[in-house]
Ligand binder design. Structure first.
Ligand SMILES: CC(=O)N[C@H]1[C@@H](OP(=O)(O)OP(=O)(O)OC[C@H]2O[C@@H](n3ccc(=O)[nH]c3=O)[C@H](O)[C@@H]2O)O[C@H](CO)[C@@H](O)[C@@H]1O
Ligand SMILES: C=C(OP(=O)(O)O)C(=O)O
Length: 431
């Protein structure tokens, strides 16, 4: 098994280009199932989860073509790598356990398969073990549109009699993939659906933009009340994926922790308000120029920050572990409340191995910044926990070896190359 070795000590300096967002491209790939023609997607990051989703779509019968060049989006050149999905050859509606067990987002084929083909059998999804992660809201939302659903032998089995029917549905909890699943199904339903207490994440807006480009009629995505006027069919088309705000935030925190100066390119600063606000509180000087964000720490040690994770536009849970790493070496005491997932402090014991001073009380972690961390062998437990260990390794004395890095490959494209380009020593070795 491969490992990552991080040598601490260098302040990060330079520019880094942000990739397309994992949490946008995965629902968008699944949404292609709804179309009647090929869909070209550009700015697709090369991530393990993207490969898994492409395999899943291929298993269902879709044609998948990877275009390493630039594909055109609505007449304009798209960015980065492209994937063309041809859903017209889909012949199966079963998403098997072997393919979905490693990835949460695989549940996102449920809504499209049901709406387009009338039936779906999807294994209960896997993904990061950061909580129990039920899918009851996905099921209730689809049932509100008229689907009949049972859960048997680890599979969600859904079918419809006639077209799904537009309905008003109020989510009991704010759920990102739950909103996406019900939204995708509602697109082909008869009549209008109103999704209340919907998630407002930028990735939902990107999904809705893609669906509207294919002929859907979705209004107010990005608000807590999404209105979907059902249409009979979607056509083929193209879409350029939103930049990854969590990758962006991870590089900005790395710059802040190492006292460096880093510019992230091809970012979407407007999706990062809460994160940028916390970085400023930590003492970072931040300049925004179009799709570029420059963070200059001017060699200073960050100040500890307090934060509470909550649905967008509040502070994202997917940045919690990275800010915990920063608090570990910050000046002062930082208090972090995790309100989204019940088991998202697995990085604490690993950060402690590097010398961090952290106390956990229920959903709260109290971090007393120390002057220095020291390298140790550590183990990645989930995607963002892994990122926090890379960040801590950047400021630890010595060489930190991180095991189980397959988590990182689910969510960070060219991680070592990008960090190396900023002057850090981050390399992959055979385990
Ligand atoms: C692929 C993807 O986009 N993953 C993101 C998505 O995950 P995901 O969509 O799985 O997360 P949710 O927004 O659904 O989860 C939020 C909370 O709702 C609960 N819940 C969710 C669904 C449900 O049917 N019932 C229920 O109780 C969950 O247990 C959790 O406590 O949003 C999370 C929260 O921003 C992010 O950390 C993940 O990176
Ligand atoms: C938790 C995450 O991913 P997933 O929902 O795919 O497990 C994440 O991106 O931090």
């Amino acid at each position: 098994m491969q490992k990552i070795v991080v040598e601490g000590g260098a302040a990060l300096n330079g520019e880094v280009q942000i990739s397309g967002a994992k949490n946008a491209v995965l629902p968008i790939l699944c949404a292609t199932l709804l179309a009647d023609g090929p869909v070209s997607i550009s700015n697709v990051p090369h991530l393990h989860d993207v490969v898994t989703t492409a395999k899943l779509l291929a298993e269902l019968g879709a044609g998948i073509t990877v275009d390493e060049g630039t594909i055109s989006v609505n007449g304009k050149p798209g960015r980065g790598r492209g994937i063309v999905v041809d859903p017209t050859t889909v012949h199966s509606h079963v998403a098997p356990y072997e393919l979905v067990k490693t990835m949460r987002a695989s549940v996102l084929v449920l809504g499209p398969l049901l709406a387009k083909f009338g039936a779906a059998e999807v294994s209960l999804p896997g993904g990061c073990a950061i909580g129990s992660r039920p899918v009851d809201q996905h099921i209730k939302g689809l049932q509100a549109l008229g689907a009949e659903i049972t859960v048997e032998n680890g599979y969600i089995k859904a079918h419809r009699n006639g077209r799904l029917k537009g309905a008003r549905f109020v989510f009991d909890v704010v759920t990102v993939t739950g909103t996406e699943n019900v939204l995708m199904a509602a697109v082909l339903a008869e009549g209008t659906s109103v999704l209340e207490n919907a998630a407002m994440e930028p990735e939902i807006v990107d999904l809705a933009d893609c669906l509207n480009a294919l002929g859907a009629n979705i209004e107010h995505a990005g608000s807590g009340r999404i209105v979907v006027h059902g249409v009979e069919r979607l056509h083929g088309g193209s879409h350029d994926v939103l930049p990854d705000r969590i990758e962006t935030g991870t590089f900005l925190v790395a710059a802040a922790m190492t006292g460096g100066r880093v510019t992230v390119r091809r970012a979407r600063p407007d999706t990062l308000d809460a994160v940028i606000d916390k970085l400023k509180q930590a003492g970072a000087k931040i300049e925004i120029d179009g799709d570029r964000i420059t963070l200059d720490m001017q060699g200073k040690r960050p100040r500890a920050v307090d934060l509470t994770t909550a649905p967008h536009p509040a502070f994202p849970t997917d940045m919690q572990a990275q800010f915990m790493a920063m608090n570990c070496i910050a000046d002062g005491v930082g208090v972090i409340n995790e309100t989204i997932f019940e088991n998202r402090f697995m990085h604490v014991s690993e950060l402690q191995r590097l010398g961090a001073d952290i106390r956990v009380e229920g959903h709260t972690a109290i971090i007393r910044g120390v002057e220095r961390l020291t390298a140790a062998p550590v183990m990645a437990t989930d995607l963002r926990a892994s990122a926090s260990l890379v960040l801590a390794g950047l400021v630890a004395e010595g060489a930190t070896t991180i095991d189980r890095i397959y988590h990182l490959d689910r969510g960070y494209e060219n991680l070592e190359e990008k960090f190396s380009g900023l002057g850090a020593s981050v390399r992959r070795i055979a385990g």
